[in-house]
Write a protein that binds this ligand. Sequence first.
Ligand SMILES: [Zn+2]
Length: 217
Amino acid sequence: MFYLHHTPVWLRWLFPPGLLWQGAAPQGNEVFLTFDDGPHAEATPFVLDQLSAANMKGSFFCIGKNVVAYPHLFSQIIESGHTVANHTMHHVNGKLTDAVSYADNVAAADAHIHSNYFRPPYGQITSRQASAIKSRFSDMQIVMWSVLSGDFDTSKTGAQCFEKTIRHIRPGSIIVFHDSGKAMPRLAEALPRTLHWLRQNGLQSCALPKAKGPLPE
Ligand SMILES: [Zn+2]
């Protein structure tokens, strides 16, 4: 499996304009932990416990059908002060979906999630799909990432994911983990170690601001 743990700036030019790859760090120590694909019966409570113990906040890019399946976990994410965000209703692949169906799937998830943040599953999104979303949700910020933990990669250990992740973290980094059953074997080690490392290095994970409108770059 080929993927880059860090998204180089040149690669970002291959994507539609207006995507958020990096957050703002006005205090110089903010980073943005994000968790894709939940809520999940085991992984989401684990992440919530870890964030609470570390006194850090994150953003959860939820799949609509999982929100329907686990409404209490979805509520718990919000009540704990984290940000919820849209990751489509059925985790659709932008490569295999036309722009109208794609935006329909985002809209279906919006009915359950109500967020002005969206992340495309697999990082796959075309300009037509981004435009179709923006035409229905003018305030929707499409959020990509600067650091991939690789916790979805079953050929890696949790320790390897942790080492790769911390090598690339800078103030403002948007970091991807997954609260999914598939990622759990690696997440269970990589997340607590990453939180500990952030604290040791004076960095604080913040939730993406819930106020509407795009973040300043
Ligand atoms: Zn996903």
